[in-house]
Design a protein around this ligand. Sequence first.
Ligand code: CMC
Length: 476
Amino acid sequence: MVSSEASLHYVRQDSIETTKNKKTLKVVDKQTGQELTLELHNNTIRAVDLAKLGVTLYDPGFLNTASCISRITYIDGDKGILRYRGYPIEELAEKSTFMEVSFLLLYGELPTSRELEHFSHRVLRHTFLKQSLVDIIKATPKDAHPMGLLVSMLAAEGTLYPDANPAINGDDVYSSPRAREKQILRLLGTMPTLAAFIYRHKMGRPFNYPAYGGSRSYTENFMYMLDSMEDPSYRPNATLVKALDTLFVLHADHELNCSTAAVRHLTSSGVDVFTAFSGAAGALYGPLHGGANEAVLRMLEKIGSVDKVPAFIEAVKNRKARLMGFGHRVYKSYDPRARIVRKLAYQVFEICGRDPLIEIATKLEEHALKDNYFIERKLYPNVDFYSGLIYKAMGFPTDFFTILFAIGRTPGWLAHWLEYLDDPDKKIARPRQNYLGSDERSYIPITQRNSSVKYSTDYVSPAEKRRVNGFAVAKM
Ligand code: CMC
């Protein structure tokens, strides 16, 4: 047990400049003959240098645009490599824990045992929710989507800490290391409690408050809040705790994915970190990103049986369906996380029983990996392909899966938030557009206009007709 909360101060070790490859790129404007020599740093040019030629980069979806320099996570998509702060994901998944990996992502180095004990202890001391958050959860419908609730709860949580809100206390609120650490502890601490309370609310069960002060780990505490039936001595199954903890490790960061990019984007406006997290959770909710684990499950259920797999693969190739849990913007080979998740699934099945949908999933993978459509496009299973099956085997409701991803991604979002705050190149995120709309034209009086736009006045729902007719205000 650590006695003094303020006795340790973590220093991030990532402030060394690494621009080794001094190369240049010559760009010639063939119309004017103007030449530009651009410096290449780590194979990257500064897009703003191209402005000297009056050129803008057009890159919808950021296929080839780096929006920051980062030292947190490295991915080599062709080789299927993922490393947090240089450590291979395979080693971390096998040997580390979620708390240790959180420390690593946030502060740049693996913790000593004293640092880890101190850090975990402090996180667990920030797991209680303020009563108004509990009241909001209670006031929501039981069938509300857990991610919709999480998005709202994170924004609501931000309103409870005016001390940490740049809108109230000025944009230097986060300049103090203590203020930053407080937000880290609050977010890492309350995320599993929010998730567990949302779950218990959905199940119509009373909430279990965090097992504060005990010897439970972060993930064990989360499972205690989910599953204890008013028994403070309840201990979840150790293998399942380890499996979930490993899943959190695998999800902890993934460089500039859609939700992490959203954290940086929102933070760039100066908004508080809770609102930035609410935006990130919104991005994660989408089925092309974190919502894919839920979408995979729904897809497998819809396919229904192994004999329907070939027909489904054909539908995907004919663009009538999408193979959820396959493909990735960065990985053009097997996602290293998916390999680990697949192994983990069988460990969980030993305790909770084998989910029959695994047969459909393995058959889908088998078919896809030998089909030219997928081979040519380098489409392989990603982390979401098998994780949903583990969650289902563990008895989580399908719409709860993405919230588990959100718990795991919290340290990554926080590490990027910290890195952004200290970035000497930071600027408000404000992309340029390639304007192809109308030239200047004069205002036309309403009586002289001809409708030429796709605005439909045709459809009025039966319910609207009923309402409108009831008041007899208008005849449609
Ligand atoms: N099923 C069928 N075709 C696909 C798939 C898929 N899952 N993914 C990509 N393609 C095709 C796509 O139609 C395109 O074909 P074509 O060149 O003939 O038009 C080609 O492959 C390139 O795909 P893209 O959509 O341009 O690739 P992207 O990098 O923009 O999208 C992706 C990446 C993850 C959004 C996409 O692969 C996808 O929609 N996958 C399914 C959803 C999913 O599993 N998401 C989880 C991602 S991993 C975890 C996370 O980050 O949250």
